[in-house]
Design a protein around this ligand. Structure first.
Ligand code: MN
Length: 236
């Protein structure tokens, strides 16, 4: 028996839709800009940027979503989430769906936009803007054996009943296979990794008490209420 100095962290898990099984979450990779935000936008010539969130940021996308500290500009980004079931490196894009994708979900890449803008100005890391507690709400994972590999279908988000984001998965500038292959050329992917595939136009701020509903057609829908802003630490 291993003599741990303290109990090791428990594995973060997500429900599997229609099953009592749990999906154990490893790491969270997030893709940068991957939809056209303007109709006349030129096709990209380079693969999108990517960044990470800790598995500890992943929470079920329901109930109350705490408003995080250290921001005055919490923003929503609804995204198709890819759940990796078999890892690898230098994965052939043509093998991604058949061999490596376990399932799909709908998720929110929550963003402290003010901290992201500061990081962009200062050339600083994005973690303060992206890698915070409760920063990656996610619906139950739908096995690809059930939902297939979606090529099209609505992705949308509303706040207090007013639609803010709506696009179609066919608008992904880089498809899932290319994104997973790209990541696997940079790091060895592992079972349990999640990939948030980028958000369509319409990102915007949330206020305490806002009711957020969102979803990806055929994959999952979510409903959340934004919690109260924390009382700032003394000295501010
Ligand atoms: Mn995003």
């Amino acid at each position: 028996m291993v003599d741990f100095t303290f109990p090791p962290p428990t594995t973060v898990t997500l429900r599997v839709a229609g099953s009592s099984a749990r999906f154990p979450v490893g790491r969270v990779f997030c893709i940068g800009r991957n939809y056209r935000w303007a109709p006349d936008e030129a096709a990209p010539t380079q693969m999108p940027a990517w960044f990470m969130k800790p598995a500890s940021a992943v929470v079920p996308a329901r109930g109350m979503l705490p408003y995080p500290p250290a921001t005055r500009d919490l923003c929503h980004e609804v995204e198709l989430v890819v759940a990796i079931g078999r890892g690898g490196r230098d994965i052939d894009p043509g093998q991604v769906e058949a061999r490596h994708v376990w399932g799909y979900a709908a998720g929110l890449d929550m963003t402290r936009r003010d901290l992201q803008q500061q990081a962009k100005r200062d050339g600083g890391p994005w973690e303060p803007a992206k890698a915070f507690d409760h920063g990656a709400p996610c619906t139950p994972i739908v096995p690809a054996s059930v939902c297939g590999h979606p090529r099209q279908g609505a992705i949308w988000l509303s706040v207090n009943g007013v639609e803010r984001q709506r696009a179609d998965l066919s608008g992904l500038l880089w498809p899932v296979a290319d994104l997973v292959a790209m990541l696997s050329r940079s790091v060895t992917l592992e079972p349990g990794d999640l990939v948030y595939t980028g958000t369509p136009a319409g990102v915007g701020p949330l206020q305490p008490g806002d009711r957020v509903s969102a979803g990806v057609a055929g994959i999952g829908e979510l409903a959340l209420v934004v919690g109260d802003a924390p009382v700032p630490a003394s000295g501010h």
